[in-house]
Design a protein around this ligand. Structure first.
Ligand code: C5P
Length: 360
């Protein structure tokens, strides 16, 4: 094979509940992920070593083992025992260190691309295990659509979602370090200097994202990566999710409010708007007070609701439909509170192969 092209999406956390840090420095989470139509594209070509070039955003990111994509290829090479190498061409759309898991999408896309290029044939489940070794958000970039994440955010349960949601993203030119935001969270909540952030891998790359036109149809979101069903076709699966159940892990772990799961089933952005919540928002605001202006601008622009995405600094504002999103985006551009204002939709599919070139 002469090349494999894989695309993986960035994400928004519709809800993000965070508990006290664990001894390993990670925080127990209960989160609801939605994959959105900003993509990372990875083209993998045969090579002797593992090399990387970056286009789009992130020109100043490392291209050695400091980059999660290179680490993903190295991990798959080691696990599979292949001696092959790969040259990765990465084109990024997801903001770097923006709280949208762009770096995680790079790693997920790389795992799938190298699996195909090298013929390692690991399958989604084993790739998911490697993904979790690389970072807490990497498994979700593989699966996409909508999912609840527990543990470090890496233990995924598919969540049903109907309809297509329209978001306006306010992207900042300076990213935020994920470990720094978790440390601020610990300070705010009196968790002391604890051990949070000791892994410290999260700086610029841990949260970057990627490019590409719309690949996965936003639409029902039944946890079926690659599903072809369109926005109106999810009704047949209603009822598989116990929307009222409290959903989470061990007793001391944070829990998601069942209301948000019902909101996604109802395909009603007005209901979803009431359920958006991010426990890291206060911490992100403490490090970047200007984000308060962004949230206020979204409100004035008529967004249904706005939240900081993940560890920030990207702000995601929910709109009623595509024309409303365009209008909110226009007003927010004039408010001059962000480097870029983008519109995206979700949910979309997880990492998937777009093209095999030269397959024999
Ligand atoms: O897993 P990943 O490398 O993406 O995480 C980046 C950093 O974010 C971690 O090193 C940790 O400081 C913080 N984090 C956390 N709790 C989580 C996920 C990430 O404290 N559940």
């Amino acid at each position: 094979m002469s090349a494999v092209h894989v695309r993986a999406p960035g994400k928004i956390n519709l809800a993000l509940r965070v508990g006290a840090p664990r001894p390993d420095g990670y925080h127990p989470l209960a989160t609801l992920f939605q994959a959105v139509s900003l993509y990372e594209d990875v083209v993998a070509r045969p090579a002797d070593d593992i090399t990387l070039e970056i286009h789009g955003r992130g020109a100043d990111l490392p291209t050695d083992s400091g980059n999660l994509a290179v680490r993903a290829a190295a991990l798959l090479r080691e696990t599979s025992g292949t001696e092959a190498g790969v040259h990765l061409t990465l084109t990024k759309q997801v903001p770097v260190a923006g709280g949208m898991a762009g770096g995680s999408a790079d790693a997920a896309a790389t795992l799938l691309a190298c699996d195909q290029l090298w013929g390692t044939g690991l399958g989604r489940e084993e790739l998911g295990e490697l993904a979790a070794e690389l970072g807490a958000d990497v498994p979700f970039a593989l699966t996409g659509l909508s999912a609840m994440g527990t543990g470090r955010g890496d233990l995924l349960t598919p969540v049903m979602s109907r309809g297509q949601y329209h978001w306006v993203l306010a992207v900042q030119s300076e990213g935020l370090s994920t470990p720094a935001v978790f440390r601020a969270f610990d300070e705010i909540h009196g968790y002391g200097a604890a051990t949070a952030g000791t892994r410290g891998s999260g700086a610029p790359e841990a949260d970057a994202g990627g490019p590409g036109p719309d690949a996965g149809r936003p639409g029902p979101d039944a946890g079926r990566p690659g599903s072809d069903a369109g926005p109106g076709q999810a009704g047949d699966e209603a009822g598989e999710t116990d929307a009222d159940a409290d959903v989470a892990g061990p007793d001391d772990a944070p829990r998601l409010d069942g209301e948000i799961v019902s909101a996604l089933l109802g395909a009603d952005p007005l209901v979803l708007a009431r359920s958006l919540r991010n426990d890291l928002e206060e911490a992100a605001l403490s490090l970047r007070p200007e984000l308060g202006d962004v949230l206020a601008a979204a409100d004035r622009a008529g967004a249904l609701a706005a939240i900081v995405s993940g560890s920030g600094p990207t702000v995601a504002a929910l709109a009623l439909d595509a024309p409303h999103a365009a209008s909110v985006a226009g007003v927010m551009r004039n408010a001059d509170v962000a480097a870029e204002i983008l519109t995206v939709t979700g949910p979309v599919a997880g990492a998937r192969v777009l093209e095999h070139v030269g397959r024999r």
